[in-house]
Design a protein around this ligand. Structure first.
Ligand SMILES: Cc1ncc(COP(=O)(O)O)c(C=O)c1O
Length: 496
């Protein structure tokens, strides 16, 4: 009997959970041995602000962010050696140009010296945002920029330039309908209303794919298409915050009718056919530790509406980052990005990546932990209010901050509050907190870094913490309550 016939019989019995990782460890890093008492002392010293906690003392999983913490592949490490650190027109720049064209579309990266400059490399995403909104802000009008959910640095950069950010979260995000997909969509009804009343104040409309602030939820192609038609009708450019574009494409392929036979590449091409420009932090789906970019479509509405913008951004880039052929990146980082952008489009990688995050969230859910479902692409979001149900925790006790501090000190896992403290504001006149709609602790999963055993340990720690949630006291803010981007800087202590 032929072996190919034998395996046909055997393979049908294959269990759905038999999915080994599509990669193996190339190199590993050992952690230090640190006691929970040592961690608790250190956390108190840094005012319970987990951002200031030394990573070398983390014995569990560091799920503070998925940004810039990817474990690079052997090909990327090898590519670093091919980095060309020439001041002008390094080798990697041309490779990256071809890669950007291949993935996002020909019109997003003109040859240097030919056509208008339309591709700008920056050291990370927020530097692109800073450049974009600085120059839009200079147009001097009362502007507003709607989005399906501005990321915190995006929102801060918009506001720093006296532009008003408007978040039109999908009603599905807060509907409580657990199985509803594409909760990252923009609220089309609200967008229509806003366009009707204020379209002349909108320099562009921004879609964040996937929607990090909105639970890491994907945006559907239907929504992208509808938004593009709507805003283009008013002559308004559509921009993407495209950090997790490949993960978003994977969700479209696997969950939106009509896309299951399409390749990730075809879906990405279609997504970007609707964009007039985009900003991207390559620290996510670029699979690199540093890097960002801003791209304007050659014949898109953005450059038609703001013909001076390419030159303005070019000048800004030269003043603050570097020559346009490397911008804010080193030649070696450009080489790692060139490879990373290829790897991120692999279907086996994306399937494993998204399944790992989903399994992590499903395991929490199965244990009765209140997580936002369906699980998003890069992180699991724990509902803080539901977690503290049945306890005396009040909104201004900032349970999410306390939960993160106790989790880190007791079990060595680092997560981050994205809720009442991070997105809230202190009204100095009324001396009261203004609370946002959502109150989460986010467990962001770094790419290619942890194994199932590591994430299972986080779930087990949370189950145990949930059982003793009544013992987590409220915190008080000892510094920084009134500051912008206060979660990065504030200090807390547990109330007695
Ligand atoms: C959706 C989104 N936009 C923008 C940024 C900012 O990128 P960077 O951290 O590279 O400045 C992030 C970072 O996490 C993000 O998630």
């Amino acid at each position: 009997m032929k072996l190919t016939d034998i395996i046909k019989d055997v393979l049908v019995k294959q269990d759905a959970v038999m999915h080994p990782r599509p990669y193996y460890n190339h190199s590993v890093s050992f952690k230090n041995t640190v006691s929970s008492e040592e961690r608790a002392e250190m956390l108190e010293r840094v005012g319970l602000n987990v951002f200031f906690f030394p990573s070398a003392m983390i014995t569990g999983c560091d799920l503070l962010s998925d940004s810039g913490v990817t474990s690079m592949t052997d090909e990327q490490w090898a590519a670093l050696h091919k980095g060309d650190e020439a001041y002008g027109s390094n080798r990697g720049y041309y490779l990256l140009k071809d890669r950007v064209r291949e993935i996002f579309g020909e019109g997003f990266f003109n040859d240097p010296g030919e056509g208008m400059p339309n591709a700008f490399l920056f050291h990370q995403g927020r530097a692109c945002e800073n450049a974009l909104f600085t120059h839009l802000g200079k147009t001097g009008k009362a502007l507003l920029i709607p989005s399906n959910g501005h990321f915190d640095t995006t929102q801060a950069n918009i506001m720093a330039n006296r532009i008003t950010p408007v978040n039109l979260f999908s009603p599905a995000l807060t509907s409580g309908r657990p199985d509803e997909m594409f909760k990252g969509d923009i609220d089309i009804t609200e967008l229509k209303k806003l366009l009707g009343s204020s379209h002349e104040h909108m320099p562009l409309v921004y879609l964040t794919i996937t929607n990090n602030t909105g639970g890491g939820q994907p945006v559907s192609m239907k929504n992208i298409e509808e938004v593009a038609q709507l805003v283009h009708h008013y002559g308004i450019p559509l921009f993407f915050d495209a950090c997790r574009f490949a993960e978003n494409a994977w969700f479209i392929k696997h969950h939106e009718p009509g896309y299951d036979k399409k390749s990730i590449k075809a879906i990405v091409t279609k997504i970007f056919s609707f964009a007039d420009g985009f900003t991207i932090s390559f620290k996510k789906d670029g699979l690199v530790n540093m890097g960002g970019g801003m791209f304007f479509k050659n014949d898109g509405l953005f450059v038609k509406k703001f013909p001076r913008m390419p030159e303005n951004i070019l000048d800004h880039q030269i003043l603050t980052e570097g020559h346009p052929t490397y911008g804010g990146m080193s030649g070696r980082d450009i080489m790692a990005l060139y490879i990373g952008l290829h790897t991120v489009m692999r279907e086996d990688y994306l399937t494993y990546r998204i399944r790992q995050v989903r399994d992590f969230g499903d395991a929490m859910h199965a244990q009765g932990l209140p997580v936002l479902t369906p699980i998003g692409g890069h992180a699991v979001y724990l509902d803080v209010n539901k977690f503290f149900d049945g306890t005396a925790m009040k909104p201004d006790g900032f349970g999410g901050i306390g939960l993160c501090a106790v989790l880190l000190a007791a079990y060595g896992h680092r997560a981050c509050e994205l809720g009442y403290f991070t997105f809230g504001q202190y009204d100095q006149e009324k001396k009261e907190e203004i609370f946002p709609r959502v109150n989460f602790v986010r467990f962001a999963v770094p790419r290619l870094r942890y194994e199932k055993q590591d994430l299972d340990a986080v779930v087990a720690s949370l189950v145990s913490l949930h059982e003793s949630r009544g013992k987590i006291p409220p915190v008080e803010v000892t510094y920084g309550r009134e500051l912008a981007l206060r979660h990065f800087k504030a200090r807390f202590r547990f109330k007695k």
